[in-house]
Ligand binder design. Structure first.
Ligand code: HEM
Length: 451
């Protein structure tokens, strides 16, 4: 959607009101428009025959992203949960309506944080040893295509350890205070932190999704008297989760990519727009409890109860996605990122070793004075976009050396996927001190995530 500027700029002066009066939430993408087009042919998502729902088998991988899990359960990516950049980009573009360059950016980041940049294969969940598995025939291959995991990747020549999969990206892609998943620290360790610098962590944040967090989203919508298509509902749910993390998680951390983009925009803009069902009658979308339960793998239990089944997320029957003319671009993502920061839902920083010790990152140390916190006050998508681009570039220098034995291929991939920022015409940054600025936060020291 390209009209966010025209909607937002005249309303900018209202933004400070939005926190106090949620009904004023600015909703750049979802302003009801009589001209919103609907085209069943272009928007209908097939959930029959080769794309019918099948739950994951014990050998399949599912992880923290409900959308990727659903794509695997419907065979839009390999049902094994091990996919490649091309397959995953195509699926998020065609099934959900992310622009081609945004799809490429997100799958490229998944590869760098969780996969093997040489073969371009990554797991959407856990993957302790997937790269060493013997070819397993066409297990899980309901698309009639070769299973990407069967390409027999040998990561040893170029990586220090096997790629971990999206479930093991705490701090680099996966973040704290997710809208439904518990913080990894609270889920896996309770009150006892792992040894500082510990790397081999048994993480699978999809293991313990909390029914109550999912229900909370619906309750908040009722409280605010809004439909779940309204992004304000999701921002409020996110805000409450962040406050809980500050209170309960001594190593709570919000970094620019994992915290603001994956843990922020993906928790607000993405579900409110992309999980909504569209129709001729309601071209701007509708979103009820059944739809929420489908996307989050919630099933009836007994005569009156409900349960979350790990990795059983599904595309609602009869689902129609957003119209292609409204596809989500990187500028939309930066727009929502900027709003989340300005509305104080999220800020860059974390708890410093104990609960309720939240501090913001020191921009002077981080950027050598190039950015200050006041630069992020106001709705400034381009400022956040250029900051994020520099942070990813500068932070990768040290991180890649720890992950990869040779850095040429991952560096090339990063530069390629960062082309999505070209339209923002960002100035080049000087030398930043990314590690130094984040090192004092417990979350960074333990998880070693810098994105
Ligand atoms: C290749 C593209 C994608 C990748 C690599 C990806 C990866 C991830 C990861 C790692 C997380 C965990 C982040 C966190 O909450 O801390 C996540 C969360 C999430 N993603 Fe995705 N994602 C992708 C596309 C999408 C799309 C197209 C949607 C559409 C709605 C989506 C919806 C969500 C939602 C709603 C969450 C929050 C889960 C929760 O806590 O309830 N993602 N994704």
């Amino acid at each position: 959607m390209k009209n966010y500027k025209t909607i937002t700029v005249p309303l900018l002066f209202l933004l400070p009101l939005t926190t106090a009066f949620p009904a004023f939430q600015i909703n750049h993408r979802q302003e009801s428009s009589p001209s919103t087009p609907f085209d069943h042919e272009l928007q209908h998502i097939d959930t029959s025959s080769q794309h019918q729902f099948k739950p994951p088998r014990s050998t399949d991988h599912r992880g923290p992203c409900p959308a990727l899990n659903a794509l695997a359960n419907h065979g839009y990516i390999s049902r094994t949960g091990r996919t490649n950049m091309e397959e995953a980009s195509k699926a998020v573009n065609s099934v959900f309506g992310l622009s081609v360059s945004l799809s490429k950016f997100l799958t490229g980041m998944a590869l760098l944080a969780a996969g093997d940049p040489w073969s371009k294969v990554f797991s959407i969940g856990d993957s302790h040893e997937f790269a060493l598995q013997e070819p397993r025939g066409n297990i899980g291959d309901d698309l009639g295509k070769p299973d990407p995991s069967d390409t027999h990747i040998d990561w040893r020549p170029h990586m220090h350890k096997p790629p971990g999969g999206l479930s093991r990206t705490q701090g680099t892609f996966d973040s704290d205070s997710s809208i439904s998943r518990p913080d990894a620290f609270l889920a896996d360790y309770g009150a006892a932190p792992p040894a500082a610098g510990g790397q081999e962590l048994e993480l699978d944040v999809a293991d313990t999704p909390l029914m109550s967090h999912i229900d909370k989203i619906h309750e908040i919508a009722a409280e605010m008297n809004m439909n779940m298509t309204n992004i304000g509902v999701w921002r409020e749910a996110k805000r409450r989760r962040v406050e809980a993390s500050k209170r309960e998680n001594p190593i709570f951390l919000t970094t620019p990519f994992a915290g603001i983009v994956a843990g922020g925009v993906m928790n607000t803009l993405f579900p409110s727009l992309l999980f909504a069902n569209h129709s001729k009658e309601q071209p701007d979308g509708t979103f009820d409890l059944n739809i929420l339960y489908d996307w989050y793998g919630v099933y009836p239990k007994g005569p009156s109860g409900w349960e979350v089944r790990k990795g059983w997320e599904r595309i609602p029957a009869g689902f129609n996605r957003i119209h292609p003319s409204k596809e989500i671009t990187m500028m939309d993502v930066m727009s929502e990122a900027s709003t989340l920061i300005f509305e104080l839902v999220l800020s860059l920083g974390g708890n410093v070793n104990a609960t309720d010790t939240y501090e913001k990152v020191d921009f002077n140390v981080l950027t050598g004075g190039q950015y200050q916190s006041y630069h992020f006050r106001g709705w400034r998508p381009k400022v956040f976009g250029c900051f994020l681009r520099s942070h990813l570039l500068q932070g990768s220098i040290g991180a890649f050396e720890k992950l990869f034995k040779v850095v040429g291929v991952p560096t090339g991939l990063l530069i390629e996927v960062l082309e999505v920022f070209d339209e923002m015409k960002c100035a080049e940054a000087g030398r930043w001190s990314v590690l130094e600025a984040w090192e004092r936060f417990g979350g960074l020291r333990i998880w070693k995530g810098i994105f």
